[in-house]
Structures are given as C-alpha cells and as structure tokens.
Design a protein around this ligand. Structure first.
Ligand code: FES
Length: 250
C-alpha cells in the first residue's frame, strides 16, 4: 500500500478494541490495511474509485444497527468498529454463497481456478456447500475479441473492468446494462467485444477481473493469472508523474 505523506495521522479510531490514528479523509479500509487488519473485499481495488457494491467489507459500527462498508466509510474521530465477529463471518459467507448460486462458478472447469478472488473468499469463509438453489444462468459468452474472452456467467458485477477501462485506460469500453438479476456488463453499445473500435487491447480489464469472467484466450483450466495490483502501481506512478519525469530527463 502506498505510504502517505504530509501531516501525521491524528484521528483516533478504534478497530476491534485497539486504538489507531487515522488520517483525515482516510477510509476505514485504508486505515485497516495500513495497520494490518484484514477486511475481505471483492469490488474494491486500490487505484480505482470506490464502488461499494459487493458488501463483503461490511463492519459493525458502535451505535449504528446497520452494517457499513469499510471501503466507503470515511473515518471520524472516536469511530469504533468491529471487523471480525460471528455475525459478520456469517453475513460475508452468505454473500459468497449467493454469488456462487447466482453464477456459474464451477472451479474445476474454470480457466482462473487458483487465481480467483471469489474462490479465495469461499475458502476464507468456510463455504463448502451452498444453501441456495443454483440459478444456472445461460448468459452469452463473448469470444469475439482476438485476444480475450468474456464469460458473463462467471461475472460477479464488481465493475472493476468498467472502472479500470474508464479511469485508468481512458477508453470506457465497458459499462453496466440492466438491473438486478438481468444486470450484465456490455462492451461498447452492447456490441460484440471484438467489434468495439475503442478497445485498445491493453488487457487491464482482464488483469483486474476477480474471477474467470474475463480471461486471455489460449489458456487452459487453471492457467489464467490475474494481476489486480497493476492498478495501484499505475495510479501511484501517474500521481508521481513518473513517466513525465523520465521524458523530461531524456
Ligand atoms: S469491497 Fe466494499 S463493498 Fe465491495
């Protein structure tokens, strides 16, 4: 995680009974990661805007009956939160189960098995069976792009691909269409991906996808490796004007 510069942290926040000092404007998730407290996430990715859609990162806030998403919760003085409890574990486990029931996540046949954040979350939350009926979606697979393919049945609608393409690559190829159980990501004007002229073939959407929904073509089961950290690296390098400096030095 990128170290902060500037004034010292001076906002007292208690996490799981231990007091920490947060920076003004820091989110609870940023603080937790800085001090080494693990809060599970799925849609969040350092370097991208906050989406707050998956609700895996919820925490209990003293004095509030509702659960709050740590990725979108800005710290305030005297904030007191619990990040680990039986209820939170159950809540998160149910979310993971619902994601499995909603899509087609048969790991044994997935190109991303072994490099899948949903699979890791299932292991972390002791998901060894699903309490819900499987929806067995039959969404279209888009293999029209020469380098990549999209299996919407494995998409968890985290919108990382949408955000990285818009905010980092500046191409805005991806978007969300429809709502609820009909929700899906679409390329261009809901065209086959391979026909979208704005796609720069950078592959960032594939690298940040947490599941096997987006993959490089030509990889067999378990061969696809994601690299979501690339976004934090790019965001930090741009903030530092790294490439601009190099150009100026040349
Ligand atoms: S990581 Fe916070 S809502 Fe998804």
């Amino acid at each position: 995680m990128r170290p902060r510069t500037g004034p010292r942290p001076n906002v007292p926040v208690t996490i799981d009974g231990v007091e920490h000092q947060a920076y003004e404007g820091e989110t609870l998730l940023e603080l937790a990661r800085r001090v080494g407290v693990r809060i599970p996430t799925l849609c969040h990715l350092e370097g991208l805007s906050v989406y707050g859609g998956c609700r895996l990162c919820v925490v209990e806030v003293a004095g509030d009956r509702r659960l709050s998403p740590a990725c979108a919760l800005e710290v305030t003085a005297e904030l007191e939160v619990t990040t680990q409890s039986w209820d939170l574990h159950e809540h998160r486990r149910r979310i993971v189960e619902l994601l499995f029931a909603e899509g087609d996540h048969v790991c044994a046949f997935c190109v991303s098995s072994g490099s899948c954040e949903l699979q890791d979350l299932a292991t972390e939350h002791d998901v060894d069976h699903i309490h819900y009926d499987f929806a067995h979606p039959d969404q279209a697979v888009d293999a029209s792009h020469p380098k990549y393919s999209l299996d919407r049945n494995r998409c968890v609608l985290c919108t990382r691909c949408v955000r990285v393409c818009d905010e980092v690559e500046g191409a805005h190829v991806w978007d969300m269409a429809m709502r609820g159980s009909q929700g899906r990501i679409v390329a261009g004007m809901d065209q086959p991906w391979g026909e979208v002229a704005d796609c720069t073939w950078c592959g960032k959407c594939v690298l940040v996808c947490p599941t096997g929904a987006l993959s490089f073509k030509g990889r067999a089961t378990s061969e696809m490796v994601h690299d979501p950290d690339v976004v934090a690296f790019l965001a930090a390098a741009r903030e530092d004007g790294e490439w601009l400096d190099r150009k100026a030095d040349a």
